[in-house]
Design a protein around this ligand. Structure first.
Ligand code: PEP
Ligand code: MG
Length: 321
């Protein structure tokens, strides 16, 4: 990190218009954890748990995972860590899983769909998380929830595992939060109860954008065609934030776009108060947020929408230049 950004490590991402944005980092390995203090991230907004499953020839043992999760919590030194349960299946085939021959893996049997169908692996991971976080706060996030019932079913699994651990006499986490990733447009239209029952929601923008525009995030040809700063997408983000706020449900954004300056500024202008990104982006994003009037950005976005413009990228870039 350059000198300018190291100076910002202990400072808040507070805008001149008085809004404070929480900046978290994304992680997936023990080796990422030292970045927590060097980047000035307030916590780990997304801990992807896939890698520990991908680097082995068989399902990792519960004890090993519990130890790893415990070490992650130690390294976080009291900062919040959001553990995302296994987001695997289809394209990310585990070496020990029978490959699925699916025509559209991104829309196939993945993430929570696998977790709810093959409960053994998910239960084992939940047990490892509960044990690894014994005596400390545990934050669990379920990926790729497309309908309310999936969240409810997954949350019931958490409750069942907690009850079981208690019965076995194990020390439980000191507190527990269970959230959902909003990565499919359908979830934005879930019943009010969904927003009430979730402890928090995190927008998985990489997937949400691909499904919003029906543009494969892995397909270079179509991927770049649709701008994240498209006024329709930003308005969709605003609607999600409004629904969460109406129910007092904390909402954050943890896709790669959160680490891009214009995108981060526009998301904050759409009301997002928490962003999670690569550690290296924390400094630059904090630097820019500390100089930008979000009301002015929101104004630019609504006037671009009123003029029928497709994207606000040029307007925002010009304003910030
Ligand atoms: C996302 O979809 O935005 C996300 C954070 O999850 P992943 O990139 O791991 O699919
Ligand atoms: Mg995703």
């Amino acid at each position: 990190a350059s000198k300018a950004y190291t100076d910002l490590v202990g400072k808040d991402a507070v805008t001149p218009c008085g809004k404070t944005i929480t900046l978290n980092m994304n992680a997936g390995l023990m080796a990422d954890l030292p970045s927590l203090s060097s980047s000035g991230a307030e916590g780990v907004g997304l801990f992807r748990t896939e890698l520990q499953f991908l680097i082995r020839n068989s399902v990792p043992k519960r004890g090993e995972l519990a130890t790893l999760y415990g070490r992650v919590m130690d390294a976080a030194q009291g900062k919040r860590v959001v553990f995302r349960t296994l987001d695997i299946g289809s394209d990310k085939v585990l070496p020990y899983m029978k490959p699925q021959d699916e025509p559209n893996p991104a829309m196939g049997w993945r993430a929570i769909r696998v977790g709810l169908d093959k409960r053994g692996v998910m239960r084992m991971q939940l047990q490892a998380l509960i044990r690894g976080c014994a005596g400390r706060p545990l934050t669990i996030m379920f990926p790729f929830v497309a309908q309310f019932e999936e969240y409810r079913a997954a949350r019931m699994m958490v409750d069942a595992e907690l009850a079981n651990e208690k019965r076995l006499g194990h020390v439980l986490p000191s507190s527990i939060e269970v959230g959902a990733m909003l990565e499919t447009p359908s979830l934005a239209f879930a019943p009010d109860q969904f927003f009430k029952e979730t402890d928090f929601i995190s927008i998985g923008g990489n997937d949400l954008k691909q499904f919003f525009f029906a543009a494969d995030r892995e397909n270079e040809r179509v991927r770049r065609r649709y701008d994240t700063l498209n006024v329709s997408f930003l308005s969709f983000i605003r609607q999600i934030v409004d629904r969460c706020e109406a129910h007092g449900t904390p909402v954050s954004f943890c896709g790669e776009d959160a680490g891009r300056p214009l995108e981060a500024v526009c998301f904050a202008a759409m009301g997002l108060k928490s962003l999670s990104m690569r550690p290296a982006s924390i400094g630059p994003i904090k630097h820019i947020l500390r100089q930008v009037n979000l009301d002015a950005i929101a104004e630019l976005i609504s006037s671009a929408a009123a003029r029928g413009e497709q994207s606000v990228r040029k307007d925002v870039a010009t304003y910030l230049a």
